[in-house]
Design a protein around this ligand. Structure first.
Ligand code: CUA
Length: 152
């Protein structure tokens, strides 16, 4: 009899876990769908079309590119503003040390490495404001390094 109770308990736990995983994947309104990386000269960002002026650009009907530079201790641009129900490709680099780039509470997450361009594509649904956090220790201001993503 005890075995059956424990079995039922285990099944309930598994179902709860599956439920929370599913919620985590579809709940937040920002979902990462692709990622990759390329090289760049970290000392020549000012001469790069994308990063000389960090910004958001519309590249298709519901498609946007966000060129983001991480630095000690923040992100440019901030806020990053994109419309709801769009696909956003973030191209992210760093002008100094290694940083993280994570849209808080979602699976959109990558590293910002000097000399590299990380690319992640996310789908954003409903209007909402998100924090962008650095999840790599990058110096004295690491804990306060924060950006904003506004889905409008
Ligand atoms: Cu930037 Cu931690």
């Amino acid at each position: 009899a005890y075995e059956k109770i424990w079995l039922a308990f285990a099944i309930v736990l598994i179902l709860l876990l599956l439920g929370s995983v599913t919620y985590g994947a579809v709940g937040p309104g920002v979902a990462m769908v692709a990622d990759s990386e390329a090289q760049i000269d970290a000392n020549a960002l000012d001469e790069d079309d994308r990063f000389a002026e960090p910004r958001v650009e519309q590249v298709g009907e519901n498609e946007y590119e966000a060129y983001v530079v991480a630095y000690q201790f923040g992100f440019e641009p901030s806020p990053i503003v994109v419309p709801e129900n769009s696909t956003v490709t973030f191209q992210i680099t760093s002008r100094d040390v290694i940083h993280g780039f994570e849209v808080a509470g979602t699976n959109a997450n990558t590293m910002a490495v000097p000399g590299e361009v990380a690319e992640i594509t996310v789908e954003v649904s409903e209007p909402r404001e998100y924090g962008i956090v650095c999840n790599e220790y990058c110096g004295a201001g690491h804990h306060a390094m924060e950006g904003k993503l506004h889905v409008v």
